[in-house]
Design a binder for this molecule. Structure first.
Ligand code: ADP
Ligand code: DP6
Ligand code: CO
Length: 359
């Protein structure tokens, strides 16, 4: 869950953190590029924020001449349409609130004043670990705190990056695609809180921390234009899968959860291959992890572990608490610890991979 960390009144400064979320029924494809409206619904698990998270500080001051933003220490182009959408929508809500007679919580720093935004991800950016999700969720939430705006902000986060709308809530979250042209019904909703399934664990295996060659936005654009499999998936597979996944989560049925999660990740990567020219996000380490998980589950004749890959080679592993120590040993056996400076997120370096326990 996103939380304000610190608020001071003058200069008006707010710092927030937001976690990433990993989709188990994936979003891939838009029907409206500007409003970011998807061609299908999706469902994700929001991670704990102690490990993969964005931290964003927003300052409002009369002395700022223009809005500015820094990401990981480097200045970003503030005129980027997605940043502009988020800024515009938050200011619009703040103005509405003030016109409705609510006190102006920005005190002396009014709506006309400019913001400086500073954001840092503590994990690889644009490497298929959902940095755009944590990043825009955190941006929107921090701006809302700074301007004193409340209520469901998932529709605004969605306009920064589609997957960001789901990071506005903790636990198990669905993004309902909606059917309106103005996107007002395309919002995120919590299906179950994190406390609903306390035994669920998530491990992140970092096969590569490099920037992916094709960003999610352009990748899914090409898929929508060229993949018949994606069209079939959106129309005939995902609606049914959403129902089954919600039921699996509600019943805490790990075997069903695991099967849908793996099949959905595989179908997403199949639509990438069906895209023309094809897109490859998985690498040989990813393929080895897929095989390893199926061999492990086959050995026990039950699904104890599930993998999911976003638009990148890094594996997200779902399992239950009681299987973590053994599965970690298995991973370390096949990907022995490596000391020659491979990128990893936290502690536990595993060759070309890092493990961080979540949830
Ligand atoms: P990922 O798989 O990491 O989500 P994407 O291709 O979807 O990769 O998005 C990466 C882009 O998201 C970055 O190039 C940047 O524009 C944006 N982004 C990442 N982190 C942040 C952040 N903390 N604040 C604002 N925008 C961010
Ligand atoms: C594979 O939300 O990053 O991670 O909406 O263009 O910013 P934009 O794309 P983005 O796409 C995420 C794709 C995915 C699946 C998912 O998170 O549902
Ligand atoms: Co993204």
């Amino acid at each position: 869950r996103i939380m304000p960390e610190e608020t001071t009144s003058r200069p008006h400064i707010v710092t927030c953190t937001a976690p990433v979320n990993i989709a188990v029924v994936k979003y891939w494809g838009k029907r409206d590029e500007d409003l970011i409206l998807p061609i299908s619904s999706s469902l994700s698990v929001t991670l704990h924020q102690d490990q993969l998270k964005t931290t964003t500080t927003v300052a409002i001051s009369t002395s700022f001449k223009v809005d500015r933003m820094w990401l990981n220490g480097k200045e970003e182009d503030i005129t980027h349409p997605r940043l502009q959408s988020c800024l515009r929508e938050i200011r619009r809500l703040a103005r509405k609130r003030r016109n409705d007679g609510e006190p102006d919580s920005t005190e002396s720093t009014g709506l006309s004043h400019k913001v400086h935004i500073c954001s840092v991800n503590n994990f690889p950016t644009a490497a298929g670990l959902a940095s755009s999700a944590a990043g825009f969720a955190c941006l929107v939430y921090s701006l809302a705190q700074a301007f004193g705006v409340e209520g469901d902000l998932s529709g605004i986060a969605r306009q920064g990056s589609g997957s960001a709308c789901r990071s506005m809530y903790g636990g198990f979250v669905q993004w309902i695609m909606g059917n309106r042209d103005d996107g007002k019904d395309s919002i995120a909703q919590q299906v179950e809180p994190e406390s609903h399934w306390p035994e669920l664990r998530i491990l992140v295996l970092v096969a590569s921390a490099k920037r992916k060659p094709i960003g999610s936005t352009s990748g899914m654009q090409t898929s929508v234009q060229t993949s018949v499999l994606l069209k079939h998936r959106a129309e005939s597979v995902v609606p049914h899968r959403m129902d089954k996944m919600i039921k699996a989560v509600q019943k805490r049925d790990f075997a069903a959860f695991a099967e849908i999660t793996m099949k959905d990740s595989n179908q997403f990567h199949a639509t990438c291959l069906d895209t023309y020219p094809p897109i490859f996000y998985l690498n040989s380490v990813s393929q080895q992890i897929i095989h390893l998980v199926h061999r492990y589950n086959g050995h026990y004749r039950e699904s104890r572990v599930a993998y999911s890959f976003d638009a990148g080679p890094n594996a997200v592993i779902f399992t239950l608490q009681q299987h973590v120590p053994e599965f970690v040993r298995v991973v370390q056996h096949f990907f022995p610890p490596d000391t020659n400076g491979e990128d990893f997120i936290k502690g536990l370096p595993v060759k070309g991979a890092a493990i961080s326990e979540e949830l």
